[in-house]
Design a protein around this ligand. Sequence first.
Ligand code: 3IO
Length: 343
Amino acid sequence: MVNSAKYLGLFAFFLFFASILCVGVPAKAAKAAEVSLSYANFPPAKTFPCVQMERWKQEVEKRTGGRVEVQTYPGSTLLGAKNTLRGVMQGQADIGCISLAYHPGVFPLCSVFELPLGFTTSTSASLALWDLYEKYQPKEFKRFKVLTMFTSAPSNLMTKTPIRKLEDLKGLELRASGILSKILESLGATPVSMPMSETPEALQKGVVKGLFSSFDVLKDMNFAEICHYETVTNTAVYPFAVIMNMNTWNALPDDVKKIFNDLGREQAEWTGKYMDQHVKDSIEWSKDKYGIEMIKLSDANMQSVKEKTLPLIKNWKTKADASGIDSAAVLADIKASRLKLEK
Ligand code: 3IO
């Protein structure tokens, strides 16, 4: 009796200190951030939109000395490809990454970057897109704070059967989105529009026989396993925007706003450079692991790609002009940017 009471006392004494250790110490050690932001992204964590998200998070946490904390949600774990736009507007996430091509008609100005404009790198296209956004401040984004923009690398065909000449595309169901679906159509293919995040299942089921995007996804989405043939077209890129809820933005301290603003163009360039290098890595990896075949089209076919997709630029101009955009000025600005950035 006496002994067990003594042990009980010791045990209570132990519990008391253990609870201080468990609860008290960590609460003192970790200083809570002033601002915590959620950041939604639709494709898997390995893909470039998510890699750039983690880099932005790191830079923000470093530059604010931990006053701002960013919680990242890759792989549609918070918002999916098509509901991020609305979700960020309504505050379900503070920040979201969107691919503009998933929202036809919503971005009459910036959709210009879905056209075959002749960019040869993601770095130059990303910077040109950001500079265009900054110059025009288009009203299509007026409900959001745009934190950065970037693009994929130029698009190519990744298919289950070889496309050695344009005629091989006839009637072939291929995945793309937005104006890039129209590009496929003008080349004779049968485009099926869907987000990148839905493409693995569509390829598995045979709903599509390949896709039209940049070569980073051979590795990051493991498409090299199912699409052994890669035909180089080096045509249009996919533009992206990282948007923030306007109320969240307005509530930020001025010095934090400045840090975010300073990161806008830098992040566009970082992402472009990462992408351009990663495309090379992805091709090498896919050759080693799956023995993919890279196919070049004839010069005549490449010329034909240019000619057949030219009317899409005219279509864009008509729609842009109708929504009050000076389409000729926009195209001239982009061309000047491209020549400067790619020289
Ligand atoms: C893309 C989209 C998500 C993840 C990786 C990616 N690489 C290139 C793209 C562009 C694209 O096809 C799209 O749907 O935005």
